[in-house]
Design a protein around this ligand. Structure first.
Ligand code: K1U
Ligand code: ZN
Length: 179
């Protein structure tokens, strides 16, 4: 297993659309394991292949995990397709590709998703709560969309500015340590 590099905003690779997986083989199963390892290492609850620079329609999530626990209920969705949506909910979302920023995003409250599992078998996920929010966030990534795209232009600019300041502070303190 390997921990992969997470691509960070404003990298153009985050805007690429994922291609469907033709065959669920060992290379896909290795990708899924590496993505789970990367997600747990980064203390995330989800990760899309786009975020590790792989343009394949694969996502992983584990919303049940507490910070101290490694694996609780990991799931993997290959070629996910939302077939039904109901209701509306709002949640303060974060993103491993936009560190240090969060914002309230409105999404469907309940979703039904058709997908393949790591054996290549079809299944249907009926999700609500944090899992539904996380899966919608990850499916957005596979389509080259970020949570900031759901915000008004004013809010989006504010979040981007905050992220730039946080990045500048991080590189300033890295320089201070190396001098
Ligand atoms: O895709 C990603 O960038 C991962 C992202 C998933 C996500 C979090 C919150 C709402 C929707 C999607 C994260 O895991 S961000 C970090 C995190 O662990 C977290 C943030 C808010 C609530 C719970 C966890
Ligand atoms: Zn994200």
């Amino acid at each position: 297993m390997a921990i992969l590099d997470i691509v960070r905003f404003p990298d153009a690779r985050l805007r690429k659309k994922a291609a469907p997986v033709e065959h669920v083989d060992d290379s896909i199963r290795t990708l899924v394991e590496d993505m789970l390892e990367t997600m747990y290492d980064a203390y995330g609850i989800g990760l899309a292949a786009t975020q590790v620079d792989v343009q394949k329609a694969v996502l992983v999530a584990d919303v049940d995990r507490k910070r101290s626990e490694k694996r609780k209920a990991p799931i993997c969705l290959i070629n996910p397709k939302i077939v039904d949506k109901q209701g509306k909910t709002e949640f303060e979302e974060g993103c491993l590709s936009i560190p240090g920023c969060s914002a309230m995003v409105q999404r469907a409250e309940r979703i039904v998703v058709d997908a393949l599992d790591a054996d290549g078998d079809e299944f249907t996920l009926d999700a609500d709560g944090l899992l539904a929010i996380c899966v919608q966030h990850e499916i957005d990534h596979l389509q080259g969309k970020l949570f900031i795209d759901h915000l008004s232009p004013i809010k989006r600019t504010r979040v981007i500015e905050k992220m730039r300041k946080a990045q500048a502070q991080r590189s300033e303190s890295a320089t201070a340590v190396s001098v």
